[in-house]
Design a protein around this ligand. Structure first.
Ligand SMILES: CC(C)(COP(=O)(O)OP(=O)(O)OC[C@H]1O[C@@H](n2cnc3c(N)ncnc32)[C@H](O)[C@@H]1OP(=O)(O)O)[C@@H](O)C(=O)NCCC(=O)NCCS
Length: 164
């Protein structure tokens, strides 16, 4: 574990982050995307997170980005207390406890910022992610039936949330 570090995401991480997202997206099992969005669009999103001071962390191993977590804002004043959590690790970085470390960082900074609800979507067959969220107290609030369609295959999606 010693060679993995978790750091707040900054500009110099963004290209590597975009590359990492592309790798996980192309697994077609975990993310809403099946490839990374265009680089410019991703950069705009990361910079927006940074401008707003939204929780955003990366996992580095020998200078390479191997994972991330972000808690992005909703639109609208009535939803300003809510953050939307996204998390992933490259396959080689999974099952080492890094997911838990990222969750802890995301939650600590979300509460520090004054958020009182963190929500997320997770595909019903994503057992690892769901177990991780439940370990941190997230509860299932509903099921989006056929919430995901990839390569002709529907999957249900859970809406999960944690309140503070
Ligand atoms: C979801 C995800 C971020 C979880 O991260 P993770 O680091 O693998 O999860 P955890 O920290 O909870 O660890 C999971 C496993 O590693 C084990 N583990 C934890 N700490 C460990 C350590 N220090 N050393 C070795 N193993 C450890 C846990 O016991 C657990 O084992 P199990 O799966 O056999 O029960 C990761 O699996 C992932 O990136 N998945 C693909 C993307 C994804 O699904 N994103 C979420 C979309 S909603």
């Amino acid at each position: 574990m010693m060679n993995y570090t978790i750091e707040p995401a900054v500009e110099s991480h963004y290209i590597g982050l975009h590359r990492a997202i592309d790798i996980v997206a192309r697994e077609k099992k975990y993310l809403a995307f099946t490839q990374a969005p265009p680089l410019e669009q991703s950069l705009e999103f990361y910079r927006m997170l940074r401008r707003l001071g939204a929780p955003h962390f990366v996992v580095l191993k020998e200078g390479e980005i191997v994972g991330w977590v972000d808690v992005s804002p909703h639109m609208g004043e009535s939803r300003a207390h809510i953050g939307i959590l996204g998390i992933a690790l490259l396959p080689s970085a999974r099952h080492k406890g890094l997911g838990a470390r990222l969750m802890q960082a995301a939650m600590d900074t979300s509460w520090e910022k004054g958020l009182s609800r963190i929500e997320l979507h997770v595909r019903a067959d994503n057992i690892n992610a769901k177990a991780l969220y439940e370990r941190f107290g997230f509860e299932i609030e509903g099921i989006l039936r056929r919430g995901s369609l990839i390569d002709g295959q529907y999957h249900d999606v859970y809406v999960m949330a944690l309140l503070r």
